[in-house]
Design a protein around this ligand. Structure first.
Ligand code: MLT
Ligand code: MN
Ligand code: ZN
Length: 287
């Protein structure tokens, strides 16, 4: 299975357009918004989430460019982990697709379709997560019930957010994608058992980084309400994976406040020293 990391930043990307903090004005590598493409055969590709940057991400990835027929494209569909705008606005950008499959948690699909004109321009299918998509085995683990701000008043039952485990029956390769974790979820150790590569929520390095100098006025509680477990600290994700044998652990969905964005920062070096990775946009895995 091929896994292409199209974007690795949180909503807004890095640098963020309205931010002139020391990180956003530094020479740390730019990152587009979190999005992944997977393929069993290298010909048909499926997105994991659909970022607002999807057009540039497709045009920048030769394997995703249109062809071989004049109106053919290797993109077949998308699996969404949640209905947040940074994970779904890309579907609006893909509206020219005459047909497309979209899979995800019920509540997320429902909220998204109520708020956005997704799939109204073609013959699109919306379905609960299926056990097999494009020759790959798929399972979903509910990880939180955090609703997007625009769907705050929804009365739909969760889960609102899931993680995906994708297995290639031909190679045995296993990829886990978990870009939105409010905490280390129950069952996540089993869910990642035997995985080759796990892509984790790396939004925040610290539990209170949004109240720091870069974002004065946004407090720790507001950050917690965003539903992203920090990387550092006793309850952070790095403590869970430090020196844990097995998968390669990597972080995505990095927010523009995350000091680990800077390759020469102590935070970046600490993550690498613990055995985890901070892959850049364009990273291609063969699992
Ligand atoms: C999140 O990851 O928490 C959301 O994407 C935040 C947002 O609305 O941008
Ligand atoms: Mn997000
Ligand atoms: Zn910034």
């Amino acid at each position: 299975m091929k896994v292409l990391l199209l974007g690795t930043a949180a909503g807004g990307g890095f640098p963020q357009w309205n931010c002139a903090c020391s990180l956003c004005t530094s020479d740390a590598p730019h990152r587009t918004q979190d999005c992944v493409a997977i393929s069993a055969d290298g010909r048909g590709w499926y997105l994991l989430n659909a970022s607002p940057d999807i057009r540039a991400q497709i045009l920048g990835s030769p394997v995703l460019r249109a062809g071989p027929g004049p109106r053919e494209t290797p993109l077949r569909g998308a699996l969404i982990t949640d209905a947040e705008l940074d994970h779904t606005l890309g579907l609006v950008m893909l509206r020219e697709a005459p047909s497309f499959g979209v899979w995800g948690p019920d509540a997320a699909l429902h909220a998204m379709r109520g708020a956005l004109p997704v799939g109204r321009y073609g013959d699109w299918r919306f379905s609960p997560v299926a056990p097999e998509i494009g020759g790959l085995r798929v399972s979903a683990l509910p990880v939180s019930d955090k609703k997007p701000k625009y769907a705050r008043d929804s009365t739909m039952d969760g889960p609102w957010v899931v993680a995906y485990r994708i297995e290639d029956p031909a190679t045995g390769g296993v990829f886990v994608y978990a870009p939105c974790l409010a905490a280390w979820p129950p069952g996540f150790d089993e869910f990642t058992d035997g995985a080759d590569y796990v892509l984790l929520d790396g939004t925040f390095y610290g539990a209170d980084e949004m109240s720091g100098a870069t974002r004065a006025g946004v407090g720790t509680q507001a950050q917690r309400a965003m539903g992203h477990v920090p990387i550092s600290g006793a309850d952070g994700s790095l403590a869970r994976i430090r020196d844990r044998p097995g998968p390669r652990w990597a972080y995505t969905h990095l927010n523009n406040t995350n000091p680990a964005l800077a390759p020469d920062s102590p935070e970046h070096k600490e993550i690498l020293a613990a055995g985890a990775e901070l892959p850049l946009d364009g990273t291609l895995l063969d699992l």
